[in-house]
Every structure is written in structure tokens, then in C-alpha cells.
Ligand binder design. Structure first.
Ligand code: NA7
Length: 540
């Protein structure tokens, strides 16, 4: 498509129109750049466009899980719940798209098949699945960290004759489960959120659980007018503190101010731990500072968790089946829920603990496990995503000398600051592996990355430079730093399997992908690199 000045190139192509892509468009366009956003979905919203399963909700307080770039937007939008549900977040993003006139530069239903760097021209050619080719100086991949749904390769999965859904690619029309026998495979955040809601309408709900999660009640509630007003009045302080904080969040579950743990569980007696549970149920687990770093402390916390679970679930055998064992609390992403454990007290809910015998095959009418057969009308995969790298690697990305990103990342993702990979000049990943990303409030991390990239492009333009590329040395040093920080934490414990490590996808290298040093520290690294003329990058 020809531009106003007659050239056929954009300055920036942004892939994805979720939180990241929308802000990237706003910010880069403000800077006078010609930007085109390509989005596979038929609407904006990214994660919140696709993940519309019953019960889908954010686990970060809504006043914090929102943009900070516009004071007016902050003041005019009224969140209705402490933690917003998917429909409200999606309306917010649609409002943002309209409010800032973003739609005119967004091309929907456009899936990117290939992105190729042209060394002679110093630009990227982006090819869509419908054969359209676009040219730009820069590529910003706002493709999301949890956007490539994973459906496990279980024998017979294509044979099922009833309706099949994936939580990460849920249909846009309402699905009615009344009177139906519904099966859910998977008990991560998506399964844990969907199961209590599905149980209310399905005639029979069968949950196939491979690994029980440590899930704690979210304590969600309507957002009181007074609390919303207080947040609006204090936004400037809230945002400033988020940016310096560890996770980009200053309020905890239920919207209460986060309190730093001060007690050591190893110094408590069994009676003190029981009393702590009596006083604050699952909240008690937030009191201890040694759980994430000491395996003995962690095991005591796990036992507290299982004790609490036994108090909630009536049938002792079901409670045992729901009890996480053999891996530490804090290894997987925390799961918070609404009525999850009490759901297993319902007559119409059956829990199949796959640790006692796995799924052998899917048949046309149900699921055959080593423990018996379960007849179903509907099968729901709540089996997660090929996280952090999956969406990028499903695109054929080719950098210098035709190097494929799949080859560059064959042994795990490689990135300098989580922003760029050596060999791929002018190609930026938003909240990419090796940045705080999924360990943080994504909106805070997205805004930080977009602002950094916008500053970087401005710097290049002001200095009449065409390219920026991470050096192999800076990239290697950053990866080493990221891995070193994670060492000794529960996230990388040998008994831990998680999508942070890529172990949920057969054959994916076991590499811990996020940066655990915290968003405040990370921001300082990025700012220092920029202030020193983009140290660790070659500018050409
Ligand atoms: P998750 O957290 O990856 O959960 C996927 C679930 O599916 C988890 O319980 C898996 O068990 C289970 N799973 C995966 N493969 C299988 C097979 N083959 N058989 C049985 N069960 C299986 O994805 P979610 O969508 O719930 O959440 C992803 C993130 O989105 C979440 O952390 C939030 O950040 C939002 P496993 O634990 O691997 O044994």
C-alpha cells in the first residue's frame, strides 16, 4: 500500500492488537511514525479476545491492570470489580481502540506467516497468510505470551464426536451446557476458573486432573465507589510505585495492599501454623518469607495448604486427589480462584486424578482412562499454551543470512533484555523471554517495553541510523544473568514442571524464560543501556 509520501514502506509493523499492540500503535504514531498493526483475530483485545471461556478473569486488581499512558482514560473508565472479568477487560480495550482512534491503522483477520529481514534494504518484509506483503523498517512483535493454544497429542483426540472447545480459543457465541455431560482436561488457571462456572449448568462435569494446583481464593468483589475514587485520586502514586516494585503490582489478591512477609515458617510450631490457618485460611501462607527459597520451609507451607484443603473438601479421598504433592508451592504460576475447591463437594462433579492412571485414548463418545471410561457430550481442553515462544515460532521469522528464529532458539530462547535477539536487527519482542513479562503485571511491562522501543527508534532517527542489533556477547551475558538470578528458587527446582520452563510442551527445551529480578530493577537495566547509547547493541 502506498504511503502519503509515495513510499510503500511503513516505519513499524506491529503484530498483535492486544494490550501491547494497541499501546505500541498509540505511542509510535504519536511520535510521527507510520505504523500498521496486523491482528489475526476479528477484533482487538488479544488474550482477552480469545480467552472468553466461562469464568475467565484477570488475577491482577483492575485498577492496576490498566494503561497509565493517559490521565483522561484513567479518570473516565470505571472498573466495576476488584478483579475484572474478561468481558469488562475486552470492553475496556475496545474503548481504548475507539477513544484514541486506533482502528484506522489496524488490519484485522490478518495472520502473519513470515517476517524476513532484507539486508540490502535494511528492512523487514512481512508476509500474511493471505499472500499480502508489507514492508517496514522495524517489527514489533506484540504477539502475547500465552497465545499459542496447546492441545496435547492424546490418541484418538480427533475421533470425539461431540463438541470440542479449547479455553484459549473459545467461541464467540454463548455455549449452553445445560443438561450435558461435560469433560474438562486441565486444572491450570483456565480450568480452575472455568470449572466452578461449568458445574452450575452442566448435568455432569468430569474433571481430568494431571497435576493438582495450589490454588487460593481470589477474594474478588464489586469495586466500591469509594475505593475506585481513592484509586483514581492516587493514580500518579500507584503507577510510580508499580514501576519501581517487584511485580508491577502494589495491591494483592482482593485488592488489599501487599504486605511483605516477615515471619519464617521454619521458626513456627505446628500449633502456631494451625492457629494461623484458623485466623486467615489460605491467607496465612502469605506470612512467611522463607517459602520461596528453602525447600524445608516450602514443604511445611505445602502441608498447611493441604490441611486447609481438607477442611473445605468433604470427601477425604477427593481431598487427597486434589492435594498437590511432589512439587513445591511457587513453582508454577500462582492460581487464584472463585469457589474452586467447594465445587468438588457438588453431586454433579467428578474428579479423575490422572496420577492414579492416565488418559489412554479419546473415543467418539468419551475418555478412556486407566481408571475407567467416562462418557461425555462435550470435551474442553484447558491444557494451556506453548508459552512465551510458541506464537513467535509459529511465524517463519528470518533474520540476517536467512537465519531462522527457530534455529536461533533451538536450545531455548535467546534474547538481550528480552527485547531483541542477535541476528534479528530492528526486530523487537514485547514482554519477550528473558524480561519480567509473565512474572509481572503485563500492562506495566508492556508500557515499559513500548516506551523503551519508541525511545530507541527516536534515537536512531535523530542520529540517522538505520539499524539496531543486539550483540552476541551482550545477549549471552544477559542470558547468564537471567539464569543465575533464578538459580535456587522454587521456579527451577528439579521437581518443578511449568510453562515458565517450557516443560508442558513435549520436546521444548527446559529453560526458565522470565527474568526474576523484578520490574523495578529490570527497568533500571534497560534505562542504563539506553542512556549509554544502547550499550550491548550495534547501531548501523
Ligand atoms: P496451564 O497453566 O498450562 O494449565 C494447563 C493444564 O492442562 C495443567 O493442569 C496441565 O497439567 C494440563 N495438561 C496439559 N497437558 C495435559 C495432558 N496431556 N493430559 C492431562 N492434562 C494435561 O494453562 P492455563 O490455560 O490454565 O493457564 C495459563 C496461564 O494463563 C495462567 O498461568 C495464567 O497466567 C493465565 P500439568 O500441570 O502440565 O501436569
Amino acid at each position: 500500500m502506498a504511503q502519503e509520501d509515495g513510499s510503500d514502506a511503513y516505519d513499524v509493523i506491529v503484530v498483535g492488537a492486544g494490550f501491547g499492540g494497541l499501546y505500541a500503535l498509540y505511542k509510535l504514531r504519536e511520535q510521527g511514525l507510520r505504523v500498521r498493526v496486523l491482528e489475526a483475530g476479528a477484533g482487538v483485545g488479544g488474550t482477552w479476545y480469545w480467552n472468553r471461556y466461562p469464568g475467565a478473569r484477570c488475577d491482577v486488581p483492575s485498577v492496576e491492570y490498566s494503561y497509565s499512558f493517559s490521565r483522561e482514560l484513567e479518570q473516565e473508565w470505571n472498573w466495576t470489580e476488584v478483579m475484572a472479568g474478561q468481558p469488562e477487560i475486552l470492553s475496556y480495550l475496545n474503548h481504548v481502540a475507539d477513544r484514541f482512534d486506533l482502528r484506522r491503522d489496524i488490519q484485522l483477520e490478518t495472520r502473519v506467516a513470515q517476517a524476513r529481514f532484507d539486508e540490502a534494504d535494511c528492512c523487514w518484509f512481512v508476509l500474511t497468510t493471505s499472500g499480502e506483503e508489507l514492508k517496514a523498517r522495524f517489527c514489533v512483535m506484540a504477539t502475547g505470551c500465552l497465545s499459542a493454544p496447546n492441545t496435547p497429542d492424546i490418541p484418538g483426540k480427533a475421533d470425539f464426536a461431540g463438541a470440542v472447545y479449547h479455553t484459549g480459543a473459545w467461541p464467540h457465541e454463548d455455549v449452553d451446557f445445560t443438561g450435558l455431560r461435560v469433560g474438562v482436561v486441565g486444572t491450570g488457571s483456565s480450568g480452575v476458573q472455568a470449572i466452578p462456572v461449568l458445574a452450575q449448568s452442566a448435568a455432569q462435569l468430569t474433571v481430568f486432573q494431571r497435576t493438582p494446583n495450589y490454588t487460593v481464593p481470589a477474594g474478588n468483589r464489586p469495586l466500591a465507589d469509594a475505593d475506585r475514587d481513592r484509586a483514581k485520586a492516587a493514580y500518579e502514586i500507584i503507577r510510580a510505585r508499580e514501576r519501581e516494585s517487584y511485580a508491577g503490582i502494589i495491591f494483592g489478591f482482593g485488592g488489599h495492599a501487599l504486605v511483605l512477609p516477615t515471619e519464617r515458617i521454619l521458626e513456627t510450631s505446628p500449633e502456631q501454623r494451625r492457629a494461623a490457618l484458623d485466623e486467615d485460611a489460605f491467607g496465612a501462607l502469605r506470612r512467611y518469607s522463607d517459602i520461596q527459597s528453602d525447600p524445608r520451609a516450602n514443604e511445611l507451607a505445602c502441608e498447611m495448604y493441604r490441611e486447609m484443603l481438607r477442611r473445605i473438601v468433604d470427601d477425604p479421598d477427593v481431598a487427597e486427589r486434589l492435594s498437590p504433592r511432589g512439587y513445591p508451592l511457587g513453582c508454577k504460576r500462582p492460581v487464584i480462584d472463585t469457589d474452586y475447591l467447594p465445587t468438588f463437594n457438588r453431586e454433579n462433579v467428578t474428579l479423575v486424578d490422572l496420577r492414579r492412571g492416565e488418559i489412554e485414548r479419546i473415543t467418539p463418545s468419551g475418555v478412556q482412562t486407566a481408571q475407567g471410561y467416562f462418557g461425555l457430550d462435550v470435551l474442553i481442553w484447558a491444557t494451556g499454551f506453548d508459552a512465551m515462544t510458541g506464537t513467535l515460532l509459529r511465524i517463519d521469522v528470518r533474520g540476517r543470512r536467512n537465519l531462522g528464529l527457530d534455529r536461533a532458539w533451538a536450545e531455548g530462547p535467546r534474547s538481550y533484555l528480552g527485547l531483541q535477539t542477535h541476528g534479528f536487527p530492528n526486530f523487537f519482542t514485547l514482554t519477550g523471554p528473558m524480561s519480567p513479562s509473565v512474572l509481572s503485571n503485563m500492562v506495566v511491562s508492556i508500557e515499559q517495553h513500548v516506551d523503551w522501543i519508541a525511545g530507541c527508534i527516536r534515537y536512531l532517527d535523530e542520529h540517522e541510523l538505520a539499524t539496531i542489533e543486539a550483540t552476541a556477547e551482550a545477549e549471552a551475558a544477559w542470558i547468564e544473568h537471567v539464569q543465575k538470578l533464578a538459580q535456587g528458587t522454587m521456579w527451577v527446582s528439579p521437581s518443578c514442571n511449568s510453562w515458565y520452563l517450557g516443560t508442558n510442551i513435549p520436546g521444548k527445551p527446559r529453560v526458565f524464560m522470565p527474568y526474576v529480578g523484578g520490574v523495578g530493577t529490570y527497568r533500571k537495566h534497560c534505562d542504563r543501556v539506553a542512556a549509554q547509547g544502547y550499550e550491548g547493541f550495534v547501531l548501523g
